[in-house]
Design a protein around this ligand. Structure first.
Ligand code: AMP
Length: 435
C-alpha cells in the first residue's frame, strides 16, 4: 500500500475561509504600515547561516536549537529564515539602502519563517510573520512610532484592551553591569536550576529570566532588576518613550522580567499580549524592540533600529476565538446573476463597470442555474448585494439591485450603478451623531 502523504509536522495548510482571514489580516496590516510611510520588502527565505548566527546571536534559543540549517548541493551553509530582522539588515547593508534613503529607513514585510520548536497551541514550525523595521535613526520617537503602529493595527482588527508589556534592557554599559549582578546572584543557585538555565548562565545570564520552570521561577522572581543598573542616558531614553506613550494614550505595563529571546535587542523591548474570550492563551501575539548594533554586527554601518513582528497564526486564532473574523471576512460587494445565457455579456459589462470604475468586489454567475440556486451561492459567498439581470433590464440598460440582508430591491440604470452603491454604502455607515 502507498504510504499516506501528509503535511510535515508543525506546518499547517491554509485554505477557504481561513485563507480569506489571512489575506484580510495581512492586507490591513500592510495598508496601515503604508499610512505610517513604511515600504514593503521581500528578502529571500534562504540566507547564509552566518546572517542569523551573527545577527540573532549564538546565545539565543533560536540559533542554538531551532534553525533549519543545511548544506545545499553546492556545499553552502544555508538557513531557512527563523525571523526577518537579520535578513532585512543584510538586505539594507548589501543594497546600501541606508546611504540612498532619508533615515530612518522604514520597511515592512510579511511571509513565512521556520523554527524547529515543539508544536503546540499557537506554536508552529512554519508560521507567518508581519513586521516593520525603522532603521538608522536613534530618536526614542521611532520606538514610540512602531509601538503606536502595532497598537493601531491590533485595534483596527477589533482587538481592544491589548496588553503592552514594556521594558528597557539599557545600553551596553547598563547590560554589562546588569549581567554581572545576575551572574553573582544566580551563582548561588545555578547548580539546582534546569539544564537550560545552566547553559544560559554561561552564555548570557539575561536569558535565564525567560525560564518557565516553576521551581526556577521562584529564584528568578527574586533576582536583581534592570532598573537599578541603567545608565543615565538609558533611563532618560526609556522615560521619553513612556512619556510619549502616555501622551498618545497607549496603555502599557512595565515588566522588568521581559528580556526577549533574540540577542540583538538593547534599550526598549516590548510584547503584545491578548487572551481570547475563550480563555485560550496564545502567548505573545507580537513583540519587538530596539537594536543598537545589529547592523554593525553584520558588517554594516553603526546604525540602530527598532521593529516589531506579529505572529499571523496567533492573531488569526485570537480573532477566530473572539468571533471577529466575520467583520473582516471576505465579503463580495455584489454577486451578479444573469437570468439567461444570452445575458452573460451584459453581465460581464456590468461587472467591469463595478470593478473598474467603482472599485467594487464583484463576481458573476455564468452557470445559468435557477435563480434560487444563484441566491444560495450569493449567500455562501457572503455577498452584500445581488444584481439580477433579466431581458427587460438588459434592454433598459439597467439592473435590479437587491440588498441581501434587508431584501429591499430597486431598479438602477447602469450609468447610475456605481453612484447608487457608493450612496448605499455611505448611508449604511452613518456618521456618529453629535452629542
Ligand atoms: P519573535 O520573532 O520570537 O519575537 O516572535 C514574534 C511573534 O511571532 C511572536 O509574538 C508570536 O506571535 C509569533 N511566533 C513566534 N514563534 C512562533 C511559533 N513557533 N509559531 C507561531 N507563531 C510564533
Amino acid at each position: 500500500m502507498m504510504e499516506e502523504i501528509k503535511n510535515v509536522k508543525g506546518t499547517h495548510d491554509v485554505f477557504g475561509d481561513e485563507n480569506n482571514a489571512y489575506e484580510k489580516v495581512e492586507s490591513l496590516m500592510k495598508s496601515i504600515a503604508e499610512i505610517y510611510a513604511y515600504k514593503g520588502v521581500r528578502p529571500p527565505v534562504l540566507e547564509y547561516n552566518s546572517v542569523f548566527v551573527r545577527g540573532v546571536g549564538q546565545a539565543s534559543d533560536v540559533v542554538r536549537k531551532e534553525m533549519y540549517t543545511f548544506a545545499d548541493k553546492g556545499g553552502r551553509d544555508l538557513t531557512l529564515r527563523p525571523e526577518f530582522t537579520a535578513g532585512i539588515m543584510r538586505l539594507a547593508i548589501q543594497n546600501k539602502l541606508y546611504a540612498t534613503n532619508e533615515l530612518p529607513l522604514k520597511l515592512y514585510y510579511v511571509g513565512p519563517v521556520f523554527r524547529y520548536e515543539r508544536p503546540q497551541l499557537g506554536r508552529y514550525r512554519q508560521f507567518n510573520q508581519f513586521g516593520v523595521e525603522s532603521i538608522g535613526h536613534n530618536s526614542p520617537m521611532n520606538d514610540v512610532e512602531v509601538i503606536v503602529l502595532a497598537y493601531t493595527i491590533l485595534s483596527s482588527l477589533g482587538l481592544e484592551n491589548v496588553k503592552i508589556k514594556i521594558n528597557t534592557l539599557g545600553d551596553e554599559a547598563s547590560r554589562n553591569a546588569y549581567r554581572t549582578a545576575l551572574k553573582e546572584y544566580f551563582a548561588q543557585y545555578i547548580d539546582n536550576m534546569c539544564e537550560d538555565c545552566k547553559s544560559r548562565f554561561e552564555l548570557n545570564p539575561l536569558r535565564i529570566l525567560d525560564c518557565k520552570v516553576p521551581e526556577d521561577r521562584l529564584i528568578i522572581d527574586k533576582s536583581p532588576k534592570i532598573g537599578a543598573y541603567l545608565s543615565k542616558e538609558s533611563k532618560e531614553r526609556f522615560d521619553a518613550v513612556l512619556e510619549a506613550l502616555e501622551a498618545l494614550q497607549i496603555p502599557y505595563e512595565i515588566d522588568q522580567g521581559l528580556v526577549r529571546g533574540l540577542d540583538y535587542y538593547s534599550e526598549t523591548v516590548f510584547e503584545f499580549h491578548y487572551k481570547s474570550n475563550k480563555g485560550n492563551d496564545y502567548g505573545a501575539i507580537g513583540a519587538g524592540g530596539h537594536y543598537g548594533s545589529l547592523m554593525k554586527e553584520l558588517g554594516g554601518p553603526d546604525l540602530p533600529g527598532v521593529g516589531f513582528s506579529f505572529g499571523i497564526e496567533r492573531i488569526v486564532s485570537v480573532l477566530s476565538d473572539n468571533e471577529l473574523l466575520n467583520d473582516i471576512a471576505y465579503e463580495l460587494d455584489a454577486y451578479i446573476m444573469p437570468l439567461d445565457k444570452s445575458l452573460d455579456l451584459y453581465a460581464q459589462e456590468v461587472a467591469v463597470v463595478l470593478r473598474n470604475s467603482g472599485g467594487y468586489k464583484v463576481d458573476v454567475c455564468f452557470d445559468n442555474v435557477k435563480l434560487g440556486n444563484m441566491f444560495k451561492r450569493a449567500t455562501n459567498k457572503n455577498a452584500k448585494y445581488a444584481i439580477i439581470i433579466g431581458e427587460d433590464e438588459a434592454k433598459a440598460e439597467s439592473v435590479v439591485l437587491k440588498d441581501l440582508a434587508s431584501q429591499e430591491q430597486q431598479t438602477v440604470k447602469i450609468e447610475d450603478l456605481v453612484d447608487k452603491l457608493d450612496e448605499l454604502y455611505e448611508s449604511s455607515y452613518p456618521e456618529e451623531e453629535e452629542k
